[in-house]
Write a protein that binds this ligand. Structure first.
Ligand code: SIN
Length: 509
């Protein structure tokens, strides 16, 4: 059995931030990631940037924008905390200590801040269109160099160990063997669930495993049905939904229909909050029978696009789209989970000994819809807070006898046929898109729950790691659909077609 003061599950910005904060407090940390490359996380793929602070900005203005984008449902306390602590942490940790190379104005040397939807001012720091990559690489370099942090790559958490009502560490799979890591504090930083959907911006492993672990351990989970759909992802028939960053709209790109008309009715136009915009695109497609909207980037020359948005430029060119002469065909796709494991502003969950931070957590910050580019900042701030709090009143580590024999050989047992498994995943993802996507109804959600039961029944008696992963995904999907069914109010990214009135009011905010 291994042991550490703090075990952190997940190596994205929230996990690395928690690990660094705990290590700074003198704790020994085991930092787990199931990937063989520690930087492989949702953070790595973030394009637009991280909220910092602009010249005409203030914590109260940022707080106001967060709450307004959330359709008035976000937590004022969490938003204020993010707005007050976030910019300082970006400066001290990311810029000064880690040396993250955010883009600067070559003339003044000042940070080149961009704007995104529903932000009142320019305040988003970025590195071209691959901000997540430079932040994640700097974080991983730092945790790997920190002597009190042991990074365990290729280690997948299978179960949170609960001893006498307290989380006492984790049972994990490493190199085909089960291991137990005992810890006085466990921090979940496993990211989101948007890859449960057929169309998503997320990497395939983002299927809500952390939420499943928390549910199994008995921790409280909330607002899972608040799934944010990013309005603009590349539409290539049969292709993956590649993210077309909101910062492109922040730099002047405009949404149009196939006739070249601006169709968004919101006063902020192409910079309206994401939930509003995703719905406007969906409605336009429904009205016109078109299969996508178009992002007009013709206001900028090719050279500028290639320099400022190299990833998007290349991807479009590879798909045969001659930007900026041709517009980019775009559709919404599942992007971010605003709900998750319930925590307070220190990341404490309802289960003693367990903290959660980043996308897996629900501090209440985003309410029913997240403000653009707050996700990296949320991971940084609340990951840091969770790391500090996890070392605040250290409990004695669990006695090794209490954890002995916790290896359960989950990976053994009859393994289902690979073809059947991948068909079951495809069914799950399709039903999530159709039943719990941009537009939902009570009838559709009930049908979705019955379909989930059908997929689950086919897994009866099956064992092995892949069956366990699918079972977890089904458990998360079930909670999400139940929560959507229980909420008959259309708010933010939860749109019930059987509650139309609330949505129409929402469009004008
Ligand atoms: C984007 O670049 O549009 C995504 C950033 C975010 O989700 O906040």
């Amino acid at each position: 059995m291994l042991s550490a003061d703090v075990v952190v599950i997940g190596t994205g910005i929230a996990g690395c931030s928690a690990a660094l904060a705990a290590a700074e407090r003198g704790a020994s940390v085991a930092l787990l990631t199931r990937s063989s490359r520690p930087e492989e996380s949702n953070t790595l793929y973030a394009q637009g940037g991280i909220v910092y602070t602009g010249p005409e900005d203030s914590p109260s203005l940022l707080t106001r924008d967060i709450i307004s984008a959330s359709a008035g449902t976000g937590s004022g306390q969490a938003a204020r905390m993010l707005a007050e602590e976030g910019p300082g942490l970006v400066r001290e940790l990311l810029i000064e200590r880690l040396g993250v190379p955010f883009d600067r104005d070559p003339r003044t040397g000042e940070l080149d801040l961009t704007r995104e939807g529903a932000h009142s001012v320019r305040r988003v720091a970025h590195h071209r269109d691959y901000t997540g990559r430079v932040i994640e690489r700097a974080l991983v370099r730092t945790v790997l160099a920190e002597p009190s942090i042991q990074v365990l790559s290729g280690t997948d958490a299978l179960e949170l160990l609960v001893v006498e009502g307290r989380c006492a560490g984790v049972r994990a799979l490493r190199g085909g063997r089960e291991i137990v890591i005992g810890a006085s504090a466990t921090v979940l930083a496993t990211g989101g669930l948007a890859a449960l959907y057929e169309h998503t911006t997320n990497p395939p492993l983002a299927t809500g495993d952390g939420i499943a672990l928390a549910l199994e351990a008995g921790a409280s989970v909330g607002d899972l049905h608040y799934v944010q759909f990013h309005p603009t992802t590349l539409y290539v028939p049969g292709g993956d939904r590649f993210l077309i960053s909101e910062s492109l709209r922040g730099e002047g790109a405009v949404l149009r229909d196939s006739e070249g008309r601006e169709f968004v009715r919101h006063p902020l136009g192409s910079l309206a909050p994401r939930d509003v915009l995703a719905r406007e695109i969906w409605e336009m497609m429904r009205r016109t029978g078109e299969s996508c909207a178009y992002l007009d980037v013709s206001h900028r020359p090719a050279g500028w696009l290639e320099e400022r948005f190299p990833t998007i430029y290349e991807r479009c060119r590879a798909a045969g789209i001659e930007v900026p002469v041709e517009p980019i065909p775009v559709v919404p796709a599942a992007h971010y989970s605003c709900g998750g494991v319930d925590t307070n502003v220190w990341g404490r969950t309802s289960l003693p000994g367990l903290w959660a931070a980043g996308e897996v957590a629900r501090t209440g910050l985003h309410g029913a819809n997240r403000l653009a580019s707050t996700s990296l900042l949320e991971g940084l701030v609340f990951g840091w807070r969770a790391g500090l709090d996890a070392t605040r009143r250290p409990q004695s580590p669990p006695a090794s006898e209490s954890l002995q024999g916790r290896e359960r050989q989950t990976v053994n047992g009859h393994k289902p046929d690979r073809g059947e498994l991948s068909a079951a995943w495809a069914r799950l993802r399709r039903l999530m898109w159709e039943r719990a996507g941009l537009a939902r109804s009570g009838e559709g959600l009930r049908a979705g729950l019955a379909e989930l039961d059908g997929i689950g029944a086919a897994l009866d008696g099956e064992g092995g790691y892949e069956a366990l992963r699918l079972r977890r995904a089904l458990a998360v999907a079930r909670s999400l659909l139940r929560s959507a069914l229980a909420d008959a109010r259309s708010r933010g990214c939860h749109y019930r077609v059987d509650c139309e009135e609330a949505v129409l009011a929402d469009i004008s905010r």
